[in-house]
Each structure stands twice: as structure tokens, then as C-alpha cells.
Design a protein around this ligand. Structure first.
Ligand SMILES: [Cu+2]
Length: 157
């Protein structure tokens, strides 16, 4: 399993660094931030991305914020018996020379108290600022789309 992941990572690297939807911050690389278009009356929205850490030390995502939301939290989905539960987490570790994946049914950014819903439609995007313990801050543009990008879960292109 580990070997397979390493091979996938090696294949992925050259292609992804040329991707315009990716953002760099020191050794961190935030790939393809996206959010699902929701009905206009949806009270919250989730944002997803993959954070790659090319460095030799772990970093932590401490918090996030966005001008479109009054409140932004780091959340995690987990199975509790047969039930899928969502809970807030304080930080998310990005292990050295590895990655942290934010995707449906896993870690996600939850945006609450939405202020500007005009940005939450297919084809639009909104800014999201990530605050890291070591690397500092970076603002990414989250693309709103009707469907999940097919390479979110694994970078095998
Ligand atoms: Cu959530």
C-alpha cells in the first residue's frame, strides 16, 4: 500500500506543479481547492483540497477563514459504529513528505454564517485563507463546481 502511494506521488508531482489551480507556500502545496454547488438556502458549505508537504518536518493547519463566511471551522467525518459523524477538530497535521487530504467523508473546511452566497454557484470561486503553524498564511481560491473533481481523492494522473 505504501509503495503504491509513493509511486502515485512520484507520477503526480510533475503534472500538478503546472496546475494553475494549485497554490504554493514554502514546502506546502495546496492542490485544487473546490466546493460543491449547493441549493441557495443551504446554511453551510464545505471546502476541500489536498495539502502536500514536501518538507522534512510536519506542519499543522491551525485555522481557516473566508470573507464569505462569518465562521470557518476544521471538521472531520468519522464512522461511529454504523453512523457517520461530523466533528470539529482543532488542527490538522500535514506529515513531513506526505499529505493531508480534505475530501467528502473526511477532513473538510466548514463555512458557517454565510454572507455572500452569490459566490457559491457553479463556475464561481471565493477566497479562503489557511493559517499554518510553521509556513504561515496563504490565501487560495476555492472553485465552486457541480461535481467533485475526479482526481481529488488520489493524484494518479
Ligand atoms: Cu463539517
Amino acid at each position: 500500500m505504501i509503495k503504491k502511494i509513493l509511486i502515485l506521488a512520484a507520477l503526480w508531482l510533475p503534472a500538478c506543479f503546472a496546475n494553475a489551480q494549485d497554490f504554493m507556500l514554502g514546502e506546502l502545496h495546496i492542490a485544487q481547492p473546490w466546493s460543491m454547488e449547493l441549493p441557495p438556502n443551504a446554511p453551510t458549505v464545505a471546502a476541500y483540497f489536498v495539502i502536500h508537504n514536501g518538507g522534512k518536518t510536519a506542519d499543522h493547519l491551525l485555522s481557516v477563514d473566508s470573507p464569505i463566511a462569518g465562521l470557518a471551522q476544521l471538521h472531520e467525518h468519522s464512522m461511529q459504529g454504523a453512523l457517520m459523524k461530523m466533528q470539529q477538530v482543532q488542527t490538522v497535521e500535514i506529515p513531513a513528505e506526505s499529505q493531508a487530504t480534505f475530501a467528502p467523508m473526511g477532513y473538510h473546511v466548514m463555512l458557517l454564517e454565510l454572507k455572500d452566497k452569490s459566490k457559491l454557484v457553479d463556475g464561481q470561486h471565493f477566497p479562503l485563507t489557511l493559517h499554518f503553524e510553521k509556513a504561515g498564511d496563504v490565501t487560495v481560491e476555492v472553485a465552486v463546481q457541480k461535481q467533485a473533481p475526479d482526481d481529488t481523492a488520489q493524484h494518479n494522473h
